[in-house]
Ligand binder design. Sequence first.
Ligand SMILES: [Mg+2]
Length: 294
Amino acid sequence: MERNIGHKIPKFTFSVSIFDEDHHVKITLSLGLCEPYAVMMLYATLMPNLPSASLQWCLFLDVDGTLIELTDSPLETFAEPALKTLLGQVSERLGGAVALVSGRSIDYLDALFDPLRLPAAGLHGVERRKSSGDMHGASFVDAQLNHARTAVNALLQEHPGTSVEDKGRTIAVHFRMAPQSEAALRQSLAAIAKPLGSNYHIQEGSMVLEIKPRGFTKASAIKAFMMEAPFAGRKPVFLGDDLTDQDGFRMVEDQGGMSIAVGNRVHGQYRLENAGAVHTWLQGIAALHDSHRA
Ligand SMILES: [Mg+2]
């Protein structure tokens, strides 16, 4: 349930959130100043409280924008030691049933969270590391993308502020620092991807467009994890913040699980405000006692 009271979008807002005893956002009150009317507005966002955590859950966690706040430089992300420790504790509490489900490569995730090595789906499900450590589809460079690789690098010379992230089997173009280039990039990337045929498509994300093989999604990765120990038989909970997480939300909902949107870009059954709120929520799981097996 989400309700907005008010009909104008404020240009400037000041927000106050009220938390319940479990540090979940109960209500957010925002006071906004709209130009040119200088109208002061008050609106509220109500979300249902998150259910009490359970040791019977398994967690699927997006990384950028969910565990770590987005930055202007997508290639320079950093995980605080406290976050690594927390993820290790949560994984231990849930019997190892915690997986990262990200658009990043698994190599990148391993470097980011070193020395932690969690089960992981990288490149939006194109590659996957099972709980056993077995890898599927990881760590190789797709030679079919060579032409696109060259073309994308040339294209970005025309758009200052953009950057390319070559992940081997996908090629991502970030334009967070060059939002004015979005339309031109979208058109040019479609032309670059066209010769690759229907086995590839362009994945949209938050200020990123990515050429990737079709048929792999975060949902397909979660589904695969759910057929394996230690995930099978548990209630899946997926946290994400972006368009690429929506299909994962539907997947866990279809499996009787729970979707939690982080921030305002996407809709889940529940919502946490930002990465900081996610950390607080994870601390609640890390602190679960053995009696929480409901
Ligand atoms: Mg994300």
